[in-house]
Design a binder for this molecule. Structure first.
Ligand SMILES: [Zn+2]
Length: 371
């Protein structure tokens, strides 16, 4: 597993480099072809190509009642947040039971786990009861713009969705809930004026921005897990000019669809506070929440299987979104965080715990064999 993980990590694949993601996609595809899977490229001009893998390649016979929503859908992504050349500064290395490198945890470890899970099933001569479709996308880290539709149409054909995003915490918790996420932009217009000669003629867009930021902070509700955080503010041109324009970027997160709607309603209802100022609100939530009712049944099955393997499996809430948010919102049972155990995603310290890799492959294999 480490040998393959090293190869995958060395093949850098930042979301914004189509050439790199496509090259990595070909490396991953060749591993699946060795295992006699059916590999299809879903080509994209403005993003890396996605990989759709069917295993076993021949249809699995199943009961009539489950035929309509027959497949199991395993979801992952090939892109990373690290720019080309990062590997020179943080090469793949193994130290004290941990493997380090860009994307090792989020989520090339997950891609390796999937390959070894099906190796295990093939060797045990235990084909899954349903056909398994693996979709490895190219643009998860930038919001899945070119893959969301494919993800949703695969999910609609599926009995269950298993997401190989990193696990939560050092004990490998599954992510049974994920917050809805989004970004709003508040665009503010005022009127420029000389700050010394005629300040009264101006409408200070930066002042309006500050007042709006203070109002937005009041939408935070720690008890409900709702966060509304102004994160980027832009305003002003010169020190002696009343700013005419300002722009505020706001990070949005919420645990339930009801809270998403409530926040969106409040954003729409924002009105200028200073006389003469204008505001326009753009954007909003882009990923719906993954609520526990979508994951509960699959989680108890995973927990039972883990018990049989002799390890305990916990669950957690993730503040960040994943493609699992899309599938859960369609009402398709979705279990997330089945990938590698480790820490430091998107940082120089990104690593996986080596001993967890076979354990997670076993868990995934068992899920595929029993779902
Ligand atoms: Zn990820």
């Amino acid at each position: 597993m480490l040998r393959l993980l090293k190869r995958f990590v060395h093949d850098e694949s930042p979301t914004d480099s189509k050439a790199a993601v496509d090259r990595f996609g070909r490396v991953v595809a060749s591993e699946w072809r060795k295992r006699e899977a059916r590999v299809e490229y879903i080509t994209r001009k403005d993003a890396g190509n996605h990989l759709r893998i069917t295993w076993p390649a021949k249809p699995v016979r199943r009961s009539v009642s489950s035929a309509r929503h027959g497949q199991i859908f395993v979801l992952g992504h090939m892109d990373t947040v690290y720019e080309m050349g990062t590997i020179k500064k943080m090469p793949f290395r193994v130290s004290r039971g941990r493997a380090f490198g860009p994307g090792v945890f989020d989520m090339k470890g997950g891609l390796v786990i999937a390959l070894f899970a099906i190796d295990a099933l093939a060797r045990a001569n235990r084909l899954p009861r349903r056909q398994v479709v693996f979709l490895w996308t190219s643009d998860e880290e930038t919001g899945s713009k070119s893959s969301r539709q494919i993800i949703e149409s695969e999910a609609r054909r599926s009995a269950a969705v298993l997401v190989l995003e990193p696990a939560g915490g050092p004990d490998g918790q599954l992510k049974t809930r994920r917050k809805a996420t989004g970004t709003a932009e508040i665009v503010i217009s005022g009127r420029a004026a000389h700050a010394g000669l005629d300040p009264g003629a101006g409408v200070n867009a930066l002042h309006e921005l500050a007042l709006q930021a203070a109002l937005l902070m009041r939408l935070n509700d720690a008890r409900r897990g709702t966060t509304v955080n102004p994160t980027i503010a832009e305003a002003g041109t010169r020190s002696n000019v009343i700013p005419a324009e300002a722009r505020l970027t706001v990070d949005l997160r919420a645990e339930t669809l009801a809270d998403v709607r409530r926040i969106e309603h409040k954003l729409k209802a924002l009105r200028p506070i200073l006389a003469g100022a204008r505001i326009a609100v753009q954007g909003g939530f882009s990923r719906p929440p993954l609520e526990r009712r979508a994951s509960a049944v699959l989680f108890s099955q995973a927990k039972r299987l883990a018990d049989q393997f002799g390890f305990s499996l916990g669950e957690c809430l993730a503040g960040g979104g994943s493609d699992g948010n899309f599938t859960a919102a369609l009402g398709v049972p979705t279990l997330d965080g089945l990938g590698a155990v480790g820490d430091g995603a998107h940082s120089a310290d990104e690593h996986v715990i080596v001993s967890s890799l076979p354990q997670r492959a076993a868990l995934l294999a068992a899920l595929l064999a029993t779902l």
